[in-house]
Design a protein around this ligand. Structure first.
Ligand code: SF4
Ligand code: SF4
Length: 67
């Protein structure tokens, strides 16, 4: 699956509480848990969106890249 142009996958640090649901789902291991926070290795992320609906607090999104 192609990455979304000019966009990045982001974890909302204010929402994430480290449940690790997303970490377990990522097919390319782009997510790791650091303490109580999911951290993305963004260049590794394929923007497949598999993990996005799994987050109970809607902390995951693909957003336009900042200028
Ligand atoms: S969008 Fe896909 S590749 Fe990116 S972190 Fe989520 S599951 Fe992994
Ligand atoms: S599923 Fe949501 S709350 Fe759970 S670790 Fe991932 S981003 Fe954080």
């Amino acid at each position: 699956m192609a990455r979304v142009e000019n966009s990045i996958f982001e974890v909302d640090e204010d929402r994430c509480f480290g449940c690790a649901a997303c970490v377990a789902l990522c097919p390319v291991d782009a997510l790791t848990l650091e303490g109580i926070m999911a951290v993305v290795d963004e260049p590794k992320c394929t923007h497949c969106e598999h993990c996005i609906p799994a987050c109970p607090v809607h902390a995951l999104a693909i957003v336009p890249e900042a200028d």
